[in-house]
Design a protein around this ligand. Sequence first.
Ligand SMILES: *[C@@H]1O[C@H](CO)[C@@H](O)[C@H](O)[C@H]1NC(C)=O
Ligand SMILES: *[C@@H]1O[C@H](CO)[C@@H](O)[C@H](O)[C@H]1NC(C)=O
Ligand SMILES: *[C@@H]1O[C@H](CO)[C@@H](O)[C@H](O)[C@H]1NC(C)=O
Ligand SMILES: *[C@@H]1O[C@H](CO)[C@@H](O)[C@H](O)[C@H]1NC(C)=O
Ligand SMILES: *[C@@H]1O[C@H](CO)[C@@H](O)[C@H](O)[C@H]1NC(C)=O
Ligand SMILES: *[C@@H]1O[C@H](CO)[C@@H](O)[C@H](O)[C@H]1NC(C)=O
Ligand SMILES: *[C@@H]1O[C@H](CO)[C@@H](O)[C@H](O)[C@H]1NC(C)=O
Length: 268
Amino acid sequence: MFHIFVLFCLCWWRQIGVFGESVSVMEGDCILLHTNVTEIHEDDDILWKFGAEKSPIAEISRPAGIFSTFDGPDGRFRDRLKLDNQTGSLTITNITTQHAGLYEVEMTAVKLSSKTFSVCVYARLPVPVISSNSSQCSSSSSSSQQNCSLVCSVVNVGHVTLSWYKGNSLLSSISVSDLSISLSLPLEVEYQDKNSYSCLINNHISNQTTHLNINQLCSNQTTHLDISQLCYTSSVSLIVLISAAAAGSLLIVAVRILWICRKQRKNR
Ligand SMILES: *[C@@H]1O[C@H](CO)[C@@H](O)[C@H](O)[C@H]1NC(C)=O
Ligand SMILES: *[C@@H]1O[C@H](CO)[C@@H](O)[C@H](O)[C@H]1NC(C)=O
Ligand SMILES: *[C@@H]1O[C@H](CO)[C@@H](O)[C@H](O)[C@H]1NC(C)=O
Ligand SMILES: *[C@@H]1O[C@H](CO)[C@@H](O)[C@H](O)[C@H]1NC(C)=O
Ligand SMILES: *[C@@H]1O[C@H](CO)[C@@H](O)[C@H](O)[C@H]1NC(C)=O
Ligand SMILES: *[C@@H]1O[C@H](CO)[C@@H](O)[C@H](O)[C@H]1NC(C)=O
Ligand SMILES: *[C@@H]1O[C@H](CO)[C@@H](O)[C@H](O)[C@H]1NC(C)=O
């Protein structure tokens, strides 16, 4: 149902010290890495490099008549790069976790200058699923039990937090960075509770929310109400029928149906 996305975030600036720009994006987004020049000059050379190996991925050299992008290591940049011929800025489309890392642009004009970008790519968040803890919900047929046990769960994509909210206030939350563990968080609500509950998953840059529909999840509690409702309406219509009917046999049938309904109600 869900794809298991692997978070691959290289926050180089933490390891190497603060330099350049750091950019956080979601998988599938497109990012613009800008040279911060408004116009490249006739004799400018611009070279974009990626990763620790500094593989060339794009180059502009007006004197040599070069204006090209390269597929990069493993061809991972194939059909994803767009080079701006006015500014030399580089756009990466439909980014994936493979494209996280360090980018460097070298501009050779009158003097050499360079600019560095560290790009973090976050996985798209799956939508959390709220389900009733059925072992708890079915035991609620003893009519004193007014609570519904719920569980919110989600596939872990790494560095996420899962939380229950009542309106805007946080009730509980859980964070796990281990990718192999799927997250789940329980909640006990009274069936009559009219507050709005929601389960939210978030990482540093995005979130996904699922709202609780208690009537849908704990429907077996309403089933009993529905039966008595049914018995009530059928007895009303039977009384109407009885007063209209002169035949005694019909009366016997009606009384018998009413008796069954009452018995059923007692049995609950
Ligand atoms: C961009 O260039 C302007 C001047 O050309 C400079 O003031 C500014 O600091 C530069 N910004 C970055 C992020 O390099
Ligand atoms: C590149 O620049 C030339 C002018 O130097 C212009 O005619 C052309 O449309 C530009 N190409 C793109 C893709 O912007
Ligand atoms: C984006 O990249 C993924 C993985 O390489 C690919 O499956 C998907 O088709 C691409 N989407 C677009 C719109 O190019
Ligand atoms: C359901 O509730 C029971 C009793 O509280 C608990 O032992 C069990 O782990 C719960 N199941 C889930 C999926 O949370
Ligand atoms: C029902 O849940 C409320 C909290 O929502 C709790 O205070 C109460 O003790 C629970 N009742 C039962 C019977 O589990
Ligand atoms: C969830 O994301 C939206 C924007 O997409 C933001 O406005 C909101 O504050 C976020 N909520 C939380 C609890 O982080
Ligand atoms: C309600 O009961 C039916 C069987 O009677 C069961 O299949 C279903 O899972 C139950 N639903 C909930 C929410 O407990």
